[in-house]
Design a protein around this ligand. Sequence first.
Ligand SMILES: Nc1ncnc2c1ncn2[C@@H]1O[C@H](COP(=O)(O)OP(=O)(O)OP(=O)(O)O)[C@@H](O)[C@H]1O
Ligand SMILES: O=C(O)C1=C[C@@H](O)[C@@H](O)[C@H](O)C1
Ligand SMILES: [Mg+2]
Length: 183
Amino acid sequence: MEKKTDKRLTKADSNLVLIGMPGVGKSTLGVLIAKALSAPFLDTDLHIQAEHGKRLHEIITEAGLDHFKRVEEAAVCGLNVTGTVIATGGSVVYSQRAMAHLKTRGIVLWLDLSCSLLEQRLGDLDARGVVRAPGQTLQGLYDERKPLYQRYADARIPLDGLNHEKAAEAVIAAWQSLFRTKD
Ligand SMILES: Nc1ncnc2c1ncn2[C@@H]1O[C@H](COP(=O)(O)OP(=O)(O)OP(=O)(O)O)[C@@H](O)[C@H]1O
Ligand SMILES: O=C(O)C1=C[C@@H](O)[C@@H](O)[C@H](O)C1
Ligand SMILES: [Mg+2]
């Protein structure tokens, strides 16, 4: 894993940033985690949709994947929040700039789930607007992204077999233990 948490960040100031494959639970778990930590919650996908007045898959269909990646990078690099739980889009790791921006202001936690479970959760990938090459399978996408999630994460949280509540607890435990080792 690339660069660890900035030692100067305090727990109160630091953002808790969730990365991982589409459908792994960044948005749904992010809300539960924010609630448990009494922290604000921000979903970068919703932020982009509100800014553009469009669904993400419409942006992708109308303007293409590269355009969407630029939109996502600009939206993430424009964030200026602290102490916030941030659910990112699964494709944010394609932007080195966006990840550097997130890492200087927070701890990045990679939510990981096996592909067979992801497949059960996700419906039509095209309807969901996933950033992938035409015909690329979910396994192919996972293999492509895994080194990126690994590079940017301060910790990986394996979620197989955990329901929403247990998964949120696992994320919070990882976050707390990272601060314990930091202090
Ligand atoms: N631990 C869990 N157990 C069972 N289902 C879950 C769990 N976590 C999330 N889900 C379900 O998986 C689906 C996808 O979750 P969610 O939208 O939060 O994923 P995401 O990571 O934000 O995806 P995207 O990158 O597309 O925004 C939702 O229906 C959610 O309720
Ligand atoms: O993993 C992806 O490729 C994506 C996930 C979503 O969160 C959105 O950011 C968008 O639909 C792309
Ligand atoms: Mg989401």
